[in-house]
Design a protein around this ligand. Structure first.
Ligand SMILES: [Zn+2]
Length: 206
């Protein structure tokens, strides 16, 4: 039986994504061995991040309050909108240096098997953004997974707006690849050779 305080720490840690009880115990043990200064800083930085990091009202990415740095940057190409599943996907794309449009965070991916459809994501906000009329190309930078494919398909079918074309990253990325784990060179190529996507039934390739 673990001492109660340690047990509680393990319980809390095991709620983190990807951590089972065993990993949670190892992390708890590691934390107990660290000095007080580090632990204090860790606890404070969790609180500070929660308090100070907000979601940008325009793109849904991270901001320190109000519009994020990307949305506030007027030198970007407003005809280009890159749609990503979550805020962390923005940074590797930005890191390639090959993209100068704006971003839009969908807030997840469609998963028909779990009943998670477009209406649980920020699809209405995206549609409203397209209806503003500035965007000419929507670059879907979604994972190359079943959910990523399903999301791309429904977005193209349901958000078709006159004068807006949809593109996807080229298949330089392996099947199942997650954007936020892709290396910069591969992502850079995938961005450069992005391809057009058409609503189902109208596609002539593949
Ligand atoms: Zn923003």
């Amino acid at each position: 039986m673990l001492p109660e305080a340690l047990n509680q720490l393990v319980q809390l840690l095991s709620q983190l994504p990807g951590l089972g009880t065993h990993s949670a115990q190892r992390i708890a043990l590691y934390l107990l061995e660290q000095d007080e200064g580090y632990l204090k800083q860790l606890a404070e930085s969790i609180g500070a991040a929660k308090e100070n990091v907000e979601r940008c009202p325009r793109c849904g990415g991270f901001s320190a309050g109000g519009s994020c740095a990307f949305c506030a940057d007027e030198s970007r190409d407003s005809a280009l909108l890159c749609v990503v599943a979550d805020p962390l996907d923005i940074y590797p794309i930005e890191g390639t240096g090959g993209y100068n449009g704006y971003y839009f965070v969908l807030g997840g991916l469609v998963d028909p098997l779990k009943g998670r459809m477009l209406d649980s994501l920020r699809a209405d906000e995206l549609k409203a953004r397209l209806e503003e009329g500035e965007v000419k190309e929507v670059l879907l930078a979604l994972d190359f997974s079943f959910e990523g494919e399903a999301t791309a398909t429904v977005l193209v079918e349901e958000l078709g707006v006159e004068g807006v074309r949809f593109t996807r990253l080229a298949r330089g990325l392996p099947v199942g690849a997650e954007i936020d784990y892709a290396d910069e060179d591969t992502l850079s190529q995938a961005l450069k050779y992005r391809r057009e996507v058409e609503p189902a039934g109208e596609s002539t390739d593949e």
